[in-house]
Design a protein around this ligand. Sequence first.
Ligand SMILES: Cc1cc2nc3c(=O)[nH]c(=O)nc-3n(C[C@H](O)[C@H](O)[C@H](O)COP(=O)(O)OP(=O)(O)OC[C@H]3O[C@@H](n4cnc5c(N)ncnc54)[C@H](O)[C@@H]3O)c2cc1C
Ligand code: SF4
Length: 337
Amino acid sequence: MNPFSYARPTGIAEALREGAARHARFLAGGTNLVDLMKENVERPERLVDIGRLPLKKIEDLEGGGLRLGALVTNADTAYDPRVARRYPLLTAAILSGASPQLRNAATNGGNLNQRTRCYYFYDRETPCNKRQPGSGCGAIGGVNRIHAILGASDQCIATHPSDMCVALAALDAQVRVAGPNGERVIPFAEYHRLPDDKPWLDNWLRPGELVTAIDLPPEDFSQHYTYLKLRDRLSYAFALVSVAVAMRLDGDRMSEVRIALGGVAHKPWRSSVAESGLTGERVTVEAFASAADAILEGAVGYGGNDFKIELARRAVVRALEQAAHAKPQSVTDKRVT
Ligand SMILES: Cc1cc2nc3c(=O)[nH]c(=O)nc-3n(C[C@H](O)[C@H](O)[C@H](O)COP(=O)(O)OP(=O)(O)OC[C@H]3O[C@@H](n4cnc5c(N)ncnc54)[C@H](O)[C@@H]3O)c2cc1C
Ligand code: SF4
């Protein structure tokens, strides 16, 4: 591990000053950043431990939404009664990820900003444009079973690994950030980026910006929703493909449908064409299959991940059926403290 200096601010202004230092990184739960430091993938010169900042509350918003503090743990978020009752899609997505112990340490801000699980990104002996710009991409032409089928570039085919973010994308959450130039709010769809020609950038945060909270809008999708996660093992594994669906029904017709996919792109993937194509339609497998085709139009495999295209198509249909029939993928996890 490389030498680094350490700061533990107690206020946001102080944290932003510390975060402006050269090669500084914010440390939250540390479940991703510390691993990357041990592997020499991340080499911050200054570590700004934000664990004491006052960002650990979940608060009701005027009008019915909820504000999730950036430092609330993933477990406390999932099991908060307001989240579980009003946003069960988010609870289900969080509880499908990692392990109880990890969720007790991992924070909401850290979950948004976790790095890809691409094998080559972690292996310093191989080329990786995300880790070392200009070095090439080991996954293209290499082992790419877990990689992207949508929105990739010729420089990077990594996926974003978060489950929580897939639900936040479907819920149209907003990310509140504070930075050297003040505060701003970023719609969730515009938070993460595609790799394009700058694969080393995962999101649109500006240098030194800190996520302070995530706002959930008041819409109620607590009846018709699901988070369907397909993976190699039933627990403690990242998604090969996941689908978050939030739906509203008017009789047997869909009045609103949100669909977000995880494990398939550098960011949670939504398709407005597929969603608007379902609006006003009757609940039928044929309508769901057309939506799946619309989402996967333009999907490309890289050899090892070709299977994901058909897997994603089937997962979308199944997830839409689960949501329409109010039979969400079950979450059996009990809280472990
Ligand atoms: C074995 C294992 C299995 C896992 N499985 C899953 C899974 O199935 N699904 C899933 O979704 N996740 C999974 N995870 C990932 C886990 O959810 C993340 O590691 C965790 O959410 C990161 O949160 P943290 O608070 O520990 O972040 P840290 O490790 O502290 O930080 C991660 C990154 O976020 C930045 N950061 C942290 N907070 C802020 C902030 N407020 N503002 C700006 N930047 C910030 C840090 O600088 C760093 O770059 C797994 C992790 C492990 C180790
Ligand atoms: S897919 Fe992206 S993260 Fe993986 S090796 Fe290629 S450039 Fe690196």
